[in-house]
Design a protein around this ligand. Structure first.
Ligand code: KIV
Ligand code: ZN
Length: 550
């Protein structure tokens, strides 16, 4: 029997970007969207265009550049992702969503309105009749622009099922083509959520003509289980984010759903269009750009997801890999343990190896990355694929460098005051040097950078992670920071309408973790400077080569 196809709707750029601290630049959004398209997701929810003119522009860019094939041929269009924009149930939001997505070959408007008693009473201040009327009116309004309309009854997990059948039936009558069932606050348990989906499929008028979708949040750690229960009950679309990022505890993670369906194919009898070998790279890109590290024990994409520590496990693995491994690391593009290149490797071998693992760099990027590789190889005996990926990402993915690190020297230890001297390339083309003391070498380096960059901020997170094992491992640092004194306009969440402080993430890689820290801090500061409107005239650079080779 042929497996049924389940659509993967990725909302990393919308619900994921609503995570505290996941502010992405438009360059980063475009890069992520391109990579999502290569991964094979069916629908990209590219943002919430009514949030701000910047958000609208970001979605529009994705619609134009990722939602269209260069030739415009209909065969090529078939493989393009749908580009979707979110809108609350009002005309202004729907107008903005359409403005943003209309350039895509396959545009979608996603509108939503809450249906749970608590949301209707306290958030909307509307009764159930008024909610039904507004849904009918706004779905029809969205339909006047676009054929492909998704409607979500927000907080469906706490809504009365009978009321859902009525609202969803009216949404379908008004033109919705996908009805998405969100467990907005991550409240349900799998049996309950599965039964809710089964009930909707059984009782909603017209449901046989539309796609039923599921959208779960992870407040009780049940998002993946609930999504799978919804799929088992007949949903044809799963809404997910990379690494499970999203509001509060996050959303269902793409990698968990896709690999559960693949690994337990006989149970689900489903398939997705995802190229699973790109999952690890996609996960790193999202983590690097958002500055949100992936926990080491995270299923599928965590650093330990395929590591075997206990002697008894290692022994079993040597005899037969399947003793302790239900998936092989290369299925998700993990190739940690291959020792590949050393300091004597030439440019040719370097280029050939990069091509083999999927990177086609242009001449200038190749030169820059090769130079960096040599510097790292001088300090680290062997460079693995994971090291190489980190070097490439570090060299060609920094979105806009206003200030960049030219040199750093620290003194630290127990015998004196931790002191750092930093030398930065500035936007004026000059070198800026400053020395500062701190509670430790990282604090001293950040203080010296602060004096030069002059972007007052609050550091909200700092984390260090070793990419590969061993004393000479490459260290990866993520930082997240917020502008001090509210100098950057706050941003509203589409659901709560509450203003949230914007957080900027940065990522740096080096065998020296103080250097990696300084780079990560500068990357985050550069984003803060761009968001504050300074240096807007500097050109954004694009890095097509980050995309996997076709
Ligand atoms: O969680 C939620 O309810 C949402 C809707 C906008 C679908 O993200
Ligand atoms: Zn959500």
């Amino acid at each position: 029997m042929q497996n049924q196809y389940i659509k993967i709707f990725d909302t990393t750029l919308r619900d994921g970007e609503q995570s505290p601290g996941a502010t992405l630049t438009s360059f980063e959004k475009l890069e992520i969207a391109r990579m999502l398209a290569s991964l094979g997701v069916d629908i990209i929810e590219a943002g919430f265009p009514a949030a701000s003119p910047d958000d609208l522009e970001g979605v529009r860019k994705i619609a134009k550049e990722v939602g269209n094939s260069p030739s415009g041929g209909s065969d090529e269009n078939d493989s393009l992702p749908v580009i979707c924009g979110l809108a609350r149930a009002n005309k202004k939001d729907i107008d903005a969503a359409w403005e943003a997505v209309k350039h895509a070959a396959k545009p979608r408007i996603h509108t939503f309105l809450a249906t749970s008693p608590i949301h209707m009473k306290f958030k909307l201040n509307m009764d159930s009749e008024e909610v039904v009327e507004l849904v009918k009116e706004m779905v029809a309004y969205a339909k006047s622009y676009c054929d492909d309309i998704e409607f979500s009854p927000e907080d469906a997990g706490r809504s009365d099922p009978e009321f859902l059948y009525l609202v969803l039936g009216e949404a379908i009558k008004a033109g919705a083509t996908t009805i998405n069932i969100p467990d907005t606050v991550g409240y349900t348990i799998p049996e309950e959520f599965g039964a809710l989906i089964a009930g909707i499929i059984e009782h909603t008028p017209g449901v046989e003509n539309v796609v039923v979708s599921v959208h779960c949040h992870d407040d009780l750690g049940l998002a993946t289980a609930n999504t799978l229960a919804g799929i088992a009950a007949g949903a044809g679309q799963a809404e997910v984010t990379m690494n499970g990022i999203g509001e509060r505890a996050g959303n269902t993670s793409l990698e968990e759903i896709v690999m559960a369906i693949r690994t337990r194919r006989k149970i689900f009898e489903l398939e997705t269009g995802i190229d699973t070998t790109l999952i690890t790279r996609m996960s790193r890109m999202v983590s690097n750009y958002t500055g949100i590290p992936v926990q080491p024990n995270k299923a599928i994409v965590g650093a330990n997801a395929f590591a075997h520590e206990a002697g008894i496990h290692q022994d079993g693995m040597l005899k037969n890999q399947m003793t302790y491994e239900i998936m092989q690391p290369d299925m998700v593009g993990q190739s940690h343990s291959r020792l590949v290149l050393g300091k004597h490797s030439g440019r040719h071998a370097f280029k050939a190896h990069l091509a083999e693992i999927g990177y086609q760099l242009n001449k200038e990027e190749l030169e820059r990355t090769f130079k960096r590789f040599k510097e790292v190889a001088d300090r680290k005996k062997t460079i693995t694929d994971a090291d190489l990926e980190a070097i490439v990402a570090d060299q060609i993915s920094q979105p806009r460098e206003i200030f960049s690190l030219d040199g750093l020297q620290v003194t630290c230890g127990t015998m004196g005051m931790p002191t750092a001297t930093v030398r930065l390339n500035g936007p004026d083309g000059e070198l800026h040097v400053h020395a500062a003391i701190g509670t430790g070498p990282v604090d001293a380096a950040f203080s010296a950078i602060d004096v030069i960059v002059k972007a007052p901020n609050i550091l909200v997170e700092y984390s260090v992670n070793a990419i590969t094992e061993g004393i000479d491992a490459i260290g990866e640092v993520s930082v997240r920071l917020q502008a001090e004194n509210g100098s950057i306009p706050r941003r509203r969440s589409p659901q709560s309408n509450q203003a949230q402080a914007r957080t900027f993430g940065g990522h740096g890689v080096d065998t020296d973790i103080i250097v990696a820290s300084a780079k990560a801090y500068l990357a985050a500061l550069n984003k803060l400077l761009v968001a504050s409107g300074h240096y807007a005239e500097l050109e954004e650079k694009t890095a097509e080569s980050l995309q996997p080779a076709k």
